[in-house]
Design a protein around this ligand. Structure first.
Ligand SMILES: [Zn+2]
Length: 419
């Protein structure tokens, strides 16, 4: 029964993703010959067409990825891939005295490694062919390998202790293990989110305080007015990896930061930077990071409760291609759940995107109130243009995948905002 519903859900998920991608490509190509009226004096036809071609190229790559990802998923589950890996580990460790816990961690690491190997050619192609072709890539192969090494080490350093903790609780904490696991997971996520801006992000980029002579006073004045620590505004050397520009707000407590990519700072005037800063301060002032965390903790509590139920049944394992009597039952259950859950929740993604876009509108409204909205509009137009973001996305594709509102809607809303 589960095998059949999983197969149907996966087919549906792949079909919807491919259909949305096709719609996006069609919609963008249909509007390729004309810059939307609102942007005609700011964006050239050439830039508009580059954005269209870039969008279509990414949609096509994603379509291939969607299919390969689904094949991998079926291979790991219904076709017995996880069972095979587990059998191999059991054979390999038959004469050693490796404990049950490390053995389960080893199995999970192996499955993650297989997925990472499948992802790698896509990352390489995305970076060194697609991004390169549109002039965005600034990364060397050496830097790519270094990033890969550092992020794998980080995954090991931060992931392995959590994994050991969760598997230990599953084994030792009794029927309500999932509640203890949730507490562990929640506090660990808070800790890593708090640590991220000051410890993890600097392993990849250099962060320097935003101290441009003309800017520093305005940044300080605006930050003070909004109740933000003025030393929390940084410029990041994003240009080491790509010419895409951006700004974001991250972390909480003493470690919260607003980060500008150097590529963006180089492109914007002082008052445009101030307007973008006001938008990021809006995310801070309206507690968006904390709200997002709270939501994800609610979702993970629900998910863990469901896993708590599923893991006690045999049909959950049998339906996904695994023998329920194996010794690594807990690790396998956890992994099957994490692999299969997204297939069943994919149709909810418009809800998550809606939440994220709502936060963007709120931050825009806050910025319009704090600074000159026209400066923010100009900054956004530059941002869309420099990133070759399409001005004419398919509305349905956008509803599913866009964390930020499409340019036309966002700017129209900003221009209509009450002062
Ligand atoms: Zn934002």
């Amino acid at each position: 029964m589960l095998s059949v519903s999983f197969a149907i859900a996966l087919l549906l998920c792949v079909a919807v993703k491919l259909w949305l991608g096709a719609r996006q490509a069609q919609h963008v190509l249909a509007h390729r010959c004309e810059v939307p009226a609102r942007f005609r004096d700011a964006i050239t036809l050439e830039a508009h067409q580059k954005a269209a071609d870039y969008t279509v190229a990414r949609v096509r790559l994603n379509a291939v990825y969607t299919v390969i990802e689904a094949v991998l998923l079926v291979g790991l589950t219904l076709l017995g891939g996880i069972q095979y890996l587990d059998d191999s580990i059991a054979r390999g460790l038959a004469h050693s005295n490796v404990g049950a816990l490390p053995r389960q961690v080893l199995l999970i690491v192996l499955v993650l490694l297989v997925s990472a190997l499948v992802d790698l050619p896509f990352s390489l192609y995305r970076r060194f062919s697609l991004e390169e072709r549109f002039g965005f890539n600034r990364m060397t192969l050496g830097l790519f390998m270094r990033d890969l090494l550092v992020s794998s080490l980080l995954a090991l350093v931060f992931g392995a202790p959590l994994l050991f903790g969760v598997l230990y609780l599953m084994q030792a904490a009794g029927r309500l293990w999932w509640l203890d696991t949730w507490l562990l997971f929640t506090s660990y996520s808070l800790f890593v989110t708090w640590l991220y801006p000051v410890l993890i992000a600097p392993l990849f980029n250099r962060f320097t305080p935003l101290e441009d002579g003309t800017l520093v006073e305005r940044v300080r004045a605006l930050s003070t007015r909004c109740g933000f620590v003025a030393k929390g505004v940084f410029v990041m050397d994003g240009s080491r990896r790509s010419s895409h520009g951006n700004a974001y707000f991250t972390g909480f407590g003493a470690n919260k930061r607003i980060v500008f990519f150097d590529t963006l700072v180089a492109r914007l005037s002082a008052s445009e930077i101030e307007a973008v800063l006001a938008h990021e301060l809006g995310h801070f002032k309206l507690h968006h990071v904390v709200k997002r965390l709270a939501w994800s903790f609610c979702a993970s509590l629900l998910a863990l409760a469901l896993l708590g139920y599923l893991i006690e049944t045999d049909w959950f394992y049998l339906g996904l291609g695994v023998d329920p009597t194996l010794a690594t039952r807990n690790a396998v259950g956890l992994m099957l759940f994490l692999l299969v859950l997204p297939v069943f929740t994919f149709l909810l993604s418009p809800l998550f995107s809606l939440g994220s876009r709502r936060h963007e509108f709120e931050a825009d409204a806050y910025a319009a109130h704090q600074t000159d909205r026209n400066e923010l509009v100009q900054a956004l137009v530059k941002l869309y243009q420099d990133n070759a973001a399409t001005l004419t996305p398919d509305p349905l594709h956008s509803a599913f995948f866009d964390s930020h509102p499409p340019a036309t809607i966002r700017i129209a809303r900003l221009e209509a905002a009450p002062t």
